[in-house]
Design a protein around this ligand. Structure first.
Ligand code: ARG
Ligand code: ZN
Ligand code: CA
Length: 315
């Protein structure tokens, strides 16, 4: 349908071009003739080769896409965030200011404006990243429920289970805030999964920095960590003993770190490097994590490039 419309537009354009050519040819204005000659040539080519119209329509569609770049702010991506709040208790029905405090943390952590960014040790100062992705609160939806906990099977994302379906998941990051249970702070869906369950679930006690936010996970870093997964980051220990996170500028970690490890904490993996325990993709307390690496930044940005699995967020 769109192609048909473009073809019609092109035809109208060519006709008007012909009229103009006819008009100027009676005046024998050479400059005007030169100006329209390319269209005459194009018209002849289109008559000789109907396939050309299809090709040109494809070029036009691509150009439109490239020109829109609606979500790029100064060439950087801005992600609209939809927050879905599921509550039974009043504490679970978190305030708008608690929600905004989480958006603020995401903006700081992904842009190196977090106040603890300067705590990154000199050893890692060359690889600490300003990711350059920003977040804007798009909408908040709330739903009262009778469930005491939602688990990790995506029930909170499905109306058939009493949850809430995502809103525009191919162009907006959906967050579900609810009681998850089982000691789980939050969980994310990696790129490539079904759009009907795409987004991040976070326990309301570990969301944002005010209200119900609970120490030692009261600095909004659960969302930073989970959004990292949503943008294709793996755990820094590679979910295996001395495993790989597919990022070359993060050292090998034996395993997850907890609490706030004393610096330097040495790995026993090959080369016994100092572990980057302050990375958001480790498991430390919120005050113990305050950086992404440049390699992680590259992986996250790749997801949003044209052809990337989350390229739709650019439009
Ligand atoms: N998925 C992880 C968990 O539930 C999140 C860890 C986040 N860490 C943090 N300090 N907030 O354990
Ligand atoms: Zn994780
Ligand atoms: Ca690594």
């Amino acid at each position: 349908m769109k192609k048909f419309l473009l073809s019609a537009t092109m035809l109208v354009f060519l006709v008007s071009c012909n009229n103009e050519e006819n008009a100027v040819s009676t005046e024998t204005s050479k400059a005007a003739e030169r100006g329209c000659a390319s269209h005459t040539v194009l018209e002849n080519q289109l008559r000789a080769n109907p396939e050309l119209a299809i090709k040109m329509n494809e070029i036009e569609a691509f150009t439109e896409r490239a020109m829109q770049e609606g979500r790029l702010v100064n060439g950087k991506i801005e992600i609209p965030v939809v927050v879905n709040v599921l509550y039974r208790t009043t504490a679970e029905n978190i305030s708008l200011s608690q929600i905004q405090s989480q958006i603020d943390v995401l903006n700081k952590d992904f842009n190196g404006t977090n106040t603890d960014f300067n705590k990154v040790p000199a050893l890692f100062s060359g690889v600490k990243a300003t990711v350059g992705i920003s977040f804007v609160l798009d909408a908040v939806y709330r739903k009262a429920t009778t469930k005491t906990s939602w688990g990790t099977s995506d029930a909170m994302k499905k109306t058939t289970y009493g949850g809430m379906a995502p809103t525009s998941p191919t162009t907006k990051l959906n967050l579900w805030v609810c009681t998850i249970g089982g000691g789980i702070l939050g969980y994310a869906q990696f790129p490539g999964g079904s759009s009907s369950t795409d987004g991040v679930a976070i326990d309301s006690k570990y969301f944002g920095t005010t209200g119900s936010a609970t120490y030692p996970f009261n600095l909004g870093r659960t969302a930073t960590h989970e959004v990292g997964h949503w943008m294709n980051l793996r755990h820094i220990w590679g979910d295996a003993t001395c495993g790989s996170d597919l990022v070359s500028d993060t050292p090998s970690h034996n395993d997850a770190n907890y609490g706030v490890p004393a610096y330097p904490h040495y790995s026993t993996c090959s080369g016994t490097p100092v572990e980057m325990t302050m990375n958001y993709m480790d498991y430390t307390d919120d005050r113990g994590m305050y950086m992404f690496s440049n390699g992680q930044k590259t992986r996250m940005n790749a997801v949003f490039l044209s052809g990337g699995s989350r390229a739709s967020f650019r439009l």
